[in-house]
Design a protein around this ligand. Structure first.
Ligand SMILES: *Cc1c(COP(=O)(O)O)cnc(C)c1O
Length: 358
């Protein structure tokens, strides 16, 4: 039982054999668990109607604000099963804090951290059988989100809001090194914009760049700053890290990029791998020169979905270059394994990042 989010169980769960088939080889985001968490907010009554209930479609008036003005934010975190059968979250308090920051930026009400956690944990308890067995990299991905539900076309901060959490089993995202398309046509975020908020609108605006990337044979986009200064920002869903021959782990400073939980975790873990964590501005020129003269030895992308993923090459309009010998680097592979080991309970949780749910 989760305090504040009472459970009403579905009487039509996905049959066990079907669930086993889905969990055997999860395809991220294409299958959902039996239940969802939800809560409602109104300007008058604040947060209320907290529930864990059968997964079902929303019924929305065609004039609902989110459908017109994209007033929506979300989060992403994973539940991991450990070898003893227990189930854990990785730094969920950081996601709760970021959700509140995103809410402020999008003029949505802040959800108290206790409610964020109770919704997520209540859903995991209701759908425990959907947390994949302990092995390798499988997990249950949780997607908390919030949107403006006013059936009103005038532009104003929401007076009716829905918070919900859904869950989808997740396997390994990228198993190989990826190539990034350096977009000189699109940017992701401008100073004063919504780059630091985890909002759906940022993703909608990035899809045209993703199409460009795919047309150029790349896996994802790398965005540069919007002021034309040629500095590295991030990928559409992942933060970027560079390893130097001088033993630094460099990542672009915060501001217009997303403050990733994985980014922060990797910066914290760096010292244990003999790397000095550095947050600063990095230019594309510096990256190209460093790749050419060997002072930038490895590049990787980080995020909850992809964990730590090697970036082995970059392409842009009229140029391309590889990092190192074009294969995943040693620090990248070690970092990826160590983070996964902490999350899956195979390495000591020295920083107190894991939170037990079951
Ligand atoms: C979610 C997200 C990330 C990764 O953040 P994590 O907290 O590590 O999952 C990076 N960039 C963007 C744009 C994101 O939306």
């Amino acid at each position: 039982m989760s305090a504040g989010f009472p459970l009403s169980r579905t009487d039509r769960p996905v049959p066990e054999s079907e669930r086993a088939r889905i969990l055997a080889e999860p395809v991220f985001g294409s299958h959902f668990t039996d239940h969802m968490a939800s809560a409602a907010w109104t300007a008058q009554d604040g947060w209320h109607d907290r529930r864990i209930r059968p997964l079902e479609p929303f019924s929305l008036h065609p004039g609902t604000a989110v459908l017109h003005y994209a007033q929506e934010i979300f989060e992403g975190l994973k539940a991991y099963r450990h070898a003893d059968g227990s189930v854990w979250l990785f730094r969920p308090e950081a996601n709760a804090r970021r959700f509140a920051r995103s809410a402020r930026r999008l003029a949505l009400p802040e959800l108290p951290a206790a409610d964020f956690l109770a919704g997520v944990e209540g859903l995991i308890r209701a759908d425990e059988s959907w947390v994949p067995p302990s092995d390798g990299e499988r997990s249950l991905y949780l997607r908390p989100f919030m949107f403006a539900a006013d059936p009103f076309l005038g532009l104003r901060p929401a007076t009716q809001v829905v918070y919900a959490v859904i869950a989808t089993p997740s396997g390994s995202y990228y198993s190989h090194g990826i190539t990034l398309w350096v977009s000189d046509r699109y940017t992701r975020a401008a100073r004063g914009g919504t780059g630091a908020a985890k909002c759906g609108a940022n993703y909608a605006a990035g899809l045209a760049a993703e199409i460009d990337a795919r047309e150029h044979g790349c896996d994802q986009v790398l965005y540069l700053d919007s002021e034309g200064e040629g500095t590295l920002e991030e990928s559409g869903t992942m933060n970027l890290c560079l390893v130097t021959s001088g033993g630094e782990l460099i990542t672009p400073a915060l501001g217009t990029i997303l403050d990733g939980v994985t980014r922060d975790s990797v910066l914290t873990l760096a010292a244990g791998f003999g790397l000095a964590p550095v947050e600063r501005t990095v230019t594309l020129d510096e990256l190209r020169r460093g790749a050419a003269d060997g002072t930038i030895t490895e590049v990787f992308a980080v995020g909850t979905a992809v964990v730590v993923t090697p970036v082995v090459a970059f392409k842009g309009e009229g140029y391309e270059f590889v990092i190192g010998d074009g294969t995943p680097g040693k620090q990248t592979t070690t970092m990826r394994k160590h983070l996964l080991d902490i999350q899956h309970g195979r390495a000591e949780d020295s920083f107190g990042w894991m939170r037990r749910v079951l």
